[in-house]
Design a protein around this ligand. Structure first.
Ligand SMILES: Nc1nc2c(ncn2[C@@H]2O[C@H](COP(=O)(O)OP(=O)(O)O)[C@@H](O)[C@H]2O)c(=O)[nH]1
Ligand SMILES: [Mg+2]
Length: 397
């Protein structure tokens, strides 16, 4: 009783203390956005567009890239655009969940971000169960999670939806479709390259395959339709109506069909400076031809050429389309560092030999000296997620 009285008096005393005139602000949660989609779908382009949008609103933005290997074109390209970028290399976010968390925390070290936007590896799926829900369950006090938004790659997607020939096996197509199946928002990207009737028929095909999903059409490159994408990303995550069922054997085999190569090269001229855009594009063109001869379908081949002052990037996203420069510089240089990131349906050792051969040939044509630096080539290992929320909603680690 005595104790109760004491507690009661303490309580009363507490009640009498006036509230502080300047209450400490409650830490608001950081918005966490994840943009998924197959290799070459336009994720990095979308990240940059989103980041520019939020920066223009005066918000602090941090970006996170992810890959199976090191020396990422995406990281270099986004940093060049002035963004703060953390990188999770070595495996996908699902297998590097703790590294993803560390990277998110590091991005908050210098300046507390309002928004964090992440791009998972383009061959990764099951992200709701292995990243989004674990993040929500374990750190929902720190992160407010946006709907998983998946960019649809028309170059391969059109054929995959109609079971046409893509150059990939059905197991790689399985990953592409699982990415869409778990998406909370689907964005048919690159509509600037499509006719209106193609956009309509693609939207219809995606809708009939995945009924009930939010489906938008946009151009991450040109901006068309992007305000609707931003609106969808800013909405609350929809309630989960069903959890993705996925066969990890098939997923792992589909991923392992892709030869992965990340490599650094220095190209230097003893005499006249060379045009950086021209050499970057010529390298992708040569590699495209070599891939075609070997019958290796490119999922995404990127080459970035850079000096401390400038950058040029060329991409190849399908065997059916020419290589294109996505970032041009117009500069002539004496020496530049090149990053080559290739993900193709083919043998990684053959791919490495092909890259070495084509770099040397290119150097011969342009009278440059080529130094091939760090090179990693492999098939992605079986995904072993750190956490996974099971079909009954339990977090398993
Ligand atoms: N025409 C067009 N090209 C796009 C669009 N979005 C991305 N791309 C191009 O597609 C290629 C792959 O884009 P990227 O953002 O690197 O794809 P990621 O692999 O999903 O990150 C690059 O050449 C981009 O310039 C788009 O909306 N329209
Ligand atoms: Mg990317």
């Amino acid at each position: 009783m005595y104790m109760f009285k004491q507690l009661a008096s303490l309580y009363i005393k507490r009640e009498r203390i006036p509230p502080p005139s300047n209450p400490k602000p409650i830490m608001s949660r950081v918005r966490f956005i994840m943009i998924g989609g197959f290799l070459g779908a336009g994720k990095t382009t979308a990240l940059a567009r989103l980041a520019r949008h939020y920066v223009a609103q005066g918000l602090q933005v941090g970006l996170v890239t992810n890959d199976q290997a090191y020396d990422l074109v995406d990281t270099a390209s986004l940093r060049r655009q002035g963004f703060r970028v953390g990188e999770v290399p070595g495996a996908c976010f699902c297998c590097k969940f703790n590294e993803l968390l560390e990277t998110l925390t590091q991005l908050a070290d210098d300046q507390q971000p309002d928004i964090l936007i992440s791009e998972p590896v383009g061959s990764c799926t099951d992200l709701v169960a292995t990243v989004i829900e674990p993040l929500q369950q374990l750190h929902g006090d720190r992160y407010e999670i946006a709907p998983l938004t998946v960019f649809f790659k028309p170059e391969h997607g059109q054929k995959i939806l109609t079971a046409g020939k893509t150059g990939f096996s059905p197991k790689a197509a399985y990953i592409f479709l699982k990415q869409l199946e778990e998406a909370e928002v689907i964005v048919i990207n690159k509509i600037d390259k499509l006719q209106a009737h193609e956009v309509d028929s693609l939207t219809e095909a995606v809708r009939s395959r995945f009924p009930g999903k939010a489906i938008l059409a946009a151009s991450a490159k040109e901006g068309e339709g992007f305000s609707e994408v931003i609106q969808a990303i800013e909405a609350l995550r929809p309630t989960l109506t069903h959890r993705l069922e996925i066969d990890y054997d098939k997923y792992a085999e589909g991923e392992a069909e892709l030869g992965w190569l990340n490599c650094r090269v220095e190209l230097a001229s003893q005499d006249d400076p060379y045009q950086l855009d021209g050499v970057v594009l010529a390298l992708v063109d040569r590699l495209a031809e070599a891939l075609c001869e070997a019958n290796y379908e490119p999922a995404h081949l990127k080459v970035l050429g850079q000096t401390p002052e400038t950058t040029s990037i060329a991409n190849l996203v399908s065997s059916k389309l020419p290589a294109e420069l996505s970032v041009t510089t117009g500069a002539t240089v004496r020496t530049a560092d090149f990053l080559i990131n290739a993900r193709v349906a083919g043998d990684p050792e053959q791919l490495a030999a092909m890259v070495c051969h084509e770099v040397q040939q290119l150097a011969g044509v342009f009278e440059l000296s080529a130094t091939i630096g760090h090179m990693q080539q492999f098939r992605p290992a079986r995904p072993e997620p750190t956490h996974r929320v099971t079909t009954d909603g339990q977090l398993a680690s």
